[in-house]
Ligand binder design. Structure first.
Ligand SMILES: [Fe+2]
Length: 411
């Protein structure tokens, strides 16, 4: 098989796993970009052990009415399960709930999570909706009335459920991250948008007193990619989508219910991170620590370092105590220092993923963005360094990155 074709297949396999997929869905010219995986553990073991974030417990929360098979149907599906999918709801607190489903590509399954926050007046704020099966909708309605729904990224694996979800909650206001458009041309999204989550629009957001937000956007000439982070002031919780992950030793509950054991989970997690054959030794380096996923780091962040660094700095001005991402484990007990350490590669001047090894076209001082980290969190950062992964694991990623850079489409 020609190298070009192999790379194309690898690109496709990144679909549905990470934000990079958004490129593919939004513009056919960006298919190349969307195929990169990224890997990024960080921090020396010793410093991580000093104060590593830990997972916070959640409580299983059965529905009032047990769901039958018929309530699990969702068509048309973007990724497997093709017809019926389970939804697991867990309770973290009286105000924060998770709805998780599985998402499969080829032989790799990961979890995808929507977070529901109950506001002070009882209304619900739904972050990154998952497939609105009858069971899922029922589980949400048991919690209260949905007032706000946010699409926090441009990634297709999160955007794909929005139109149906919005139609099932017609009274809810719908807000989206900037840079959304449809593939292959800029058609309407298929659902009503009540506002775009930009800095300029903050004052008009009805939830802003309880939930703040800030986003970043990168605009290569072929389109846009963006992510918006949210901060629930009352619980000091940071909501992100694809910006950060925590991979646990054990599979998520939704995959355990599907029969996925620990060994299979390790292999799938590695494949989801590296898009290549799993090297089980590497699992020790990516597990139980806050990391930027390989796909995001190599394919996206490496091309938008300035935008992301500025975003992380803004996010770290919030005094959050836990992080809830949309994939893998949650909630994670972590604060601004932990997030900054996860993104330490931005100030380390790594060169491997810098636009295919080329220097950035601007002399940007990343260390300036990190100044004041002590004041932001009240304690000194750990100063962790990005873990260097085995070259063998990074082979596919680096090849894809070079391929994308060679096209020039992502610059
Ligand atoms: Fe995602």
């Amino acid at each position: 098989m020609p190298l070009r074709k192999k790379l194309g297949l690898l690109l496709v396999s990144a679909c549905g796993l990470h934000t990079a997929v958004g490129f593919m869905a939004q513009n056919p010219n960006k298919v190349l970009l969307s195929t990169m995986p990224t890997v990024s553990p960080y921090g020396r073991d010793a410093t991580i052990a000093w104060a590593a974030p830990v997972l916070l417990p959640t409580k299983p929360m059965p529905p009032v009415q047990p769901a039958g098979l018929g309530s699990k149907f969702y068509l048309p599906a973007f990724l497997p399960p093709w017809i019926a999918r389970d939804t697991v709801r867990t309770k973290f607190s009286d105000d924060i709930f998770f709805l998780e489903q599985s998402q499969t590509f080829v032989n790799v399954s990961v979890n995808i999570r929507s977070t529901v926050i109950r506001l002070k007046n009882g209304d619900l704020f739904v972050h990154a909706p998952v497939a609105p099966t009858p069971e899922c909708v029922s589980l949400i309605k048991e919690l209260g009335e949905v007032a706000y729904v946010v699409l926090p990224v441009t990634a297709i694996e999160h955007k794909v459920y929005m139109a149906r979800f919005a139609s099932l909650f017609p009274k809810a206001k719908i807000y989206v991250a900037p840079g959304q458009f449809s593939w292959p041309v800029d058609l309407p999204l298929g659902f009503r948008v009540d506002g775009v989550l930009t800095e300029e629009n903050k004052k008009s957001m009805p939830f802003i007193d309880e939930i703040d937000y800030t986003g970043w956007i990168f605009r290569p000439f072929t389109g846009s990619i963006s992510e918006v982070a949210f901060f629930h002031r009352k619980s000091r919780t940071l909501l992100v989508t694809d910006a950060i992950i925590w991979i646990d030793d054990q599979p998520p509950e939704i995959l355990r219910q599907a029969g996925v054991g620990q060994d299979l989970w390790k292999k799938m997690a590695l494949q989801a991170c590296f898009l290549g054959p799993p090297n089980l030794d590497t699992f020790q380096k990516i597990k139980q620590r806050l990391i930027v996923s390989p796909v995001i780091r190599v394919l996206v962040v490496s091309r938008a370092k300035k935008e992301v660094a500025e975003w992380i700095k803004r996010v770290c001005e919030w005094k959050f105590e836990r992080v809830i991402p949309a994939h893998f484990s949650a909630p994670i007990k972590a604060g601004p220092v932990d997030l900054q350490d996860a993104y330490a590669f931005l100030e380390e001047g790594e060169t491997g993923a810098d636009r295919g090894g080329k220097s950035l076209p601007f002399g940007f001082d990343f260390s300036a963005l990190w100044q004041g980290r002590q004041g932001a969190v009240g304690r000194k950062g750990r100063g962790g360094k990005s873990v260097q992964f085995p070259e063998q694991d990074l082979k596919i990623l680096k090849s894809l990155n070079k391929f994308v850079s060679a096209t020039g489409l992502a610059e």
